[in-house]
Design a binder for this molecule. Structure first.
Ligand code: 13P
Length: 250
C-alpha cells in the first residue's frame, strides 16, 4: 500500500498579493519536475485568486485555510465552499489549532465543515493535535482519538477517500520544537488505528496523515522518511521558495 505524500504550505496571515505572486513565480520552476509528491499552498482568502491564477496548469494545488460550514448566508468575514470552488481552489484546511485556540472552533464545527467540504468535492485537511499540558499529563492518545472520532461523526467509509489528516502537536507549532520522528510516528499510529476502528482498515490504510509543527529543511528528511508520515503541513518554513522547496524535495 503506497500513499502519495502531500507537502503543504500554510502561509497563515502572511504575504500581500504581490508577495504571493513572487513566491509562486520563483517556486514553480523549482518543483516543476517533482512528481513524487503532491504539493499544495494554503494562502489567506484574499490571496487565493492571485495564487490560483499563478499556479494554473502546474503541479501545485491551492486551498483555503478555513471555510464556513454553511453554503452561504449572513456570516460576516467568512468564506464559503462555493466561493472557494468558484475561484478554482481544490483543498481546505479544517480545524487548525489556531482556529480552535483563537476562534473557538470545536470538534463539532470541524465535523460540520468536513461534511461541507466532502459534499462539494473539496479535499479536506483535518488538523488535530494535543497541547503541551495534555502531552505532559499522558493524555495525547485520548485527545487524538476524541478529535478523530468527533471530526468523523456521520462520515462513512464510502465518503472518506478524499480526507487527509494533519497531526500538529500544538506545542510544536511556531516554537522550533519539533516532535521527534518517533513521537510523530507513535501519534500517527494512534490516529490510523482510530480511523480503522471507525471506518475500517482499508480506509485507514489509504488515509494520508501529515505531520506539522516546526518542519524545517533540516528535519524534513528525518520526519518525511518515515513510512507512517504521509507528508507535512509547513508554516514558517513555507514562506520562502527555497526553504519550502528543500522540504518538498527532502
Ligand atoms: P510552523 O511550521 O511554523 O511550526 O507551523 C506549523 C503549522 O501550524 C502548519 O499548519
Amino acid at each position: 500500500m503506497s500513499r502519495k505524500k502531500l507537502i503543504a504550505a500554510n502561509w497563515k496571515m502572511y504575504k500581500t498579493p504581490a508577495e504571493a505572486k513572487a513566491f509562486v513565480d520563483a517556486f514553480l520552476p523549482l518543483v516543476a519536475s517533482h512528481t513524487r509528491d503532491e504539493i499544495a499552498l494554503f494562502p489567506s482568502p484574499v490571496l487565493l485568486p492571485t495564487v490560483v491564477a499563478a499556479c494554473k496548469g502546474s503541479n501545485v494545488a491551492v486551498g483555503c485555510q478555513n471555510i464556513h460550514f454553511a453554503e452561504e448566508g449572513a456570516y460576516t468575514g467568512e468564506t464559503s465552499i462555493g466561493q472557494l470552488k468558484a475561484i478554482g481552489g481544490t483543498h481546505t484546511l479544517i480545524g487548525h489549532s489556531e482556529r480552535r485556540q483563537y476562534f473557538a472552533e470545536t470538534d463539532e464545527i470541524v465535523n460540520k465543515k468536513l461534511h461541507t467540504a466532502l459534499k462539494h468535492g473539496i479535499v479536506p485537511v483535518v488538523c488535530i493535535g494535543e497541547v503541551l499540558a495534555e502531552r505532559e499529563a499522558g493524555k495525547t492518545a485520548e485527545v487524538l482519538k476524541t478529535q478523530v472520532t468527533e471530526a468523523f461523526a456521520g462520515i462513512t467509509a464510502e465518503m472518506a477517500a478524499p480526507i487527509v489528516i494533519a497531526y500538529e502537536p500544538v506545542w510544536a507549532i511556531g516554537t522550533g520544537k519539533t516532535a521527534t520522528p518517533e513521537m510523530a510516528v507513535d501519534a500517527h499510529k494512534i490516529i490510523r488505528a482510530e480511523v480503522a476502528r471507525l471506518l475500517g482498515s482499508d480506509v485507514a490504510a489509504k488515509m494520508r496523515i501529515l505531520y506539522g509543527g516546526s518542519v524545517k529543511p533540516d528535519n524534513a528528511t528525518a520526519l518525511l522518511g518515515q513510512e507512517d508520515i504521509d507528508g507535512a503541513l509547513v508554516g514558517g518554513a513555507s514562506l520562502k521558495p527555497d526553504s519550502f522547496t528543500s522540504i518538498v524535495k527532502y
